[in-house]
Structure formats: structure tokens, C-alpha cells
Design a protein around this ligand. Structure first.
Ligand code: IPE
Ligand code: IPE
Ligand code: MG
Length: 257
């Protein structure tokens, strides 16, 4: 079993799954919100909240893998988050770099596939090179392995626009015919191509909105909101979200049998 870093520099056995019987979602997506408020409430700079949030991500990703979730998609930095101070943006990018450096070393050993959603063009060449490296490692891992998708400079609207531009280009080249476009074909042009839509989207931090997250893919996702701030989010919170999901009646527009 993979070692679990509890954030205080100690390692221990990962917490045992305490899952009630029922289907664990194959794809969980999380809007990792509340880092800034977590830090401010403690009289710390917002960047300390992002550092704590990064630890929570490590911990929750390990837990998801252990309980049999196949895909975990996390919102790390939105297309709108550039509005924040240069210092805060730099701190978030530095944390991502640290995570990627660590991932390059450990993902093969731990069987963790890593993939990015978002427009990487304005991201620093150094981070982009690391993302390419993790992509290459992912290529060598089995498709059955757990996969984390990190949304970086991601916006649902931007993702849809980029898909439309690419499709238009393919039509102009004669590779595609505009009349062939359907939902399945369109999904192929999104960052999430080949990945099923998330059954469950969780937003900690108290806000009840999507903030431009997975606009296409969330069409029939179950939504779960909690006031817990992301750095305080733990395995028990995830269990609660999954338990809530398991009680939902997913009708997809049909009628309950
Ligand atoms: C989420 O936490 C992380 C990012 C958006 C990068 P916030 O930084 O938005 O935290 P709050 O919402 O201000 O507390
Ligand atoms: C959403 O959180 C983006 C991420 C968690 C990366 P925000 O804090 O940016 O969202 P708003 O501003 O509250 O809608
Ligand atoms: Mg926020």
C-alpha cells in the first residue's frame, strides 16, 4: 500500500476506507475552494492556505485511489484567477511546480496517471515542460490506473471555445464535416476526451456555484456543497459526499422505475 504523508512530515498507513456499501463514483470532481479564508482566519497570508490546500489534495487523491475512484478532477486555477495579486499567482504556480516535481518522481511507483485540463499557453515554459514530462509518464502507465486531472488556467467556456476552434480548423482542412458534429464528436475536442463525465462534483468553501468549472461535463453531475474550507476537507468529508451521492435518484430526464 502506498505511504501516506500526513502533511506534518510523518508517514503512516493511509486511512482505511470506511465506505458504506454502495457504488463509489468512477469520476469525482472537486472545486478546491476556501484556501484564502482558511489562512485569513488564522492570521496567515493567503498563500499559506494554498500550501495547506495542496496537502489536502495529496491526501484526498490518495484516498480516492484507495477506495476505487478511477478519475479525480480538481480545479486548481481558473481562467479568472489571474485577477489575483502577482504574489498570490506566483505562490500557486510555485506549489504546482513542487507538486509536479514530486509527481515525476513518484507517479510511476504509485501508479498515478496525471493529466492537465486547461489552456497551457500562458503557463511558464518550466511548468509546461514538467506537465509534458508527467504526460509522457502517464502514457506508459496502464489505462486502468487511477488518474488525477488538474485543471490549470481552466475555464469551461474557454474549453468549449478551444474545442470549437479546433473543430473549425479540422473542417477547413477537410478532416471533419460540420454536419457530422454531435455530442459524442464534440466531447472528443474537449480537454476531457475519453474520460467519462463526473458523476459527482464537490465544492467545499461554502459557495454554491460552478465558477466556470466543467460546464459541458457537468450536465448530469450530482452536486455536493459543504461549508468546510478545502484545507480542512478530509476523508470523512469525502465519505459524506459519497454517501449523499449514493442516496440520489439519478433519472437523466426519465421517470423513476
Ligand atoms: C481556492 O481557494 C484556490 C484558488 C482559487 C486558486 P481561494 O483562494 O479561492 O480561497 P477563498 O475562496 O478566497 O477562501
Ligand atoms: C474557483 O474558485 C476556482 C478554483 C477553485 C480554482 P474561486 O474562488 O476562483 O471562485 P469564485 O470567485 O468564488 O467564484
Ligand atoms: Mg475562492
Amino acid at each position: 500500500m502506498a505511504e501516506w504523508n500526513n502533511g506534518a512530515g510523518r508517514t503512516a498507513e493511509p486511512p482505511r476506507p470506511s465506505r458504506p456499501d454502495g457504488t463509489v463514483p468512477g469520476h469525482i470532481a472537486i472545486i478546491m475552494d476556501g484556501n484564502g479564508r482558511w489562512a485569513t482566519r488564522r492570521g496567515l497570508p493567503r498563500t499559506a492556505g494554498h500550501k495547506a490546500g495542496a496537502e489536502t489534495f495529496r491526501r484526498i487523491a490518495t484516498y480516492c485511489k484507495n477506495i476505487g475512484v478511477k478519475y479525480l478532477t480538481v480545479y486548481a486555477f481558473s481562467t479568472e484567477n489571474w485577477k489575483r495579486s502577482e504574489m498570490e499567482v506566483a505562490a500557486i504556480m510555485a506549489l504546482l511546480k513542487r507538486y509536479l516535481l514530486e509527481a515525476v518522481e513518484t507517479m510511476e511507483r504509485d501508479h498515478i496517471r496525471l493529466h492537465f485540463f486547461g489552456d497551457m499557453t500562458p503557463i511558464s515554459p518550466e511548468l509546461r515542460a514538467l506537465a509534458r514530462e508527467t504526460d509522457e509518464i502517464t502514457e506508459h502507465l496502464s489505462k486502468d490506473d487511477f488518474q488525477a486531472n488538474v485543471c490549470l488556467n481552466y475555464g469551461g467556456r474557454n474549453e468549449i471555445l478551444r474545442a470549437v476552434w479546433q473543430f473549425a480548423e479540422d473542417c477547413a482542412k477537410g478532416i471533419r464535416d460540420p454536419w457530422d458534429m454531435d455530442e459524442e464528436e464534440f466531447s472528443f475536442y474537449l480537454d476531457s476526451r475519453g474520460i467519462p463525465d463526473p458523476e459527482l462534483i464537490i465544492r467545499p468553501g461554502g459557495e454554491q456555484r460552478l465558477s466556470n468549472f466543467l460546464l459541458w461535463q457537468s450536465a448530469y453531475s450530482e452536486l455536493y456543497f459543504t461549508d468546510t474550507l478545502w484545507p480542512d476537507f478530509d476523508e470523512a468529508e469525502l465519505d459524506r459526499a459519497i454517501a449523499s451521492y449514493q442516496k440520489r435518484d439519478r433519472r437523466f430526464g426519465g421517470v423513476k422505475k
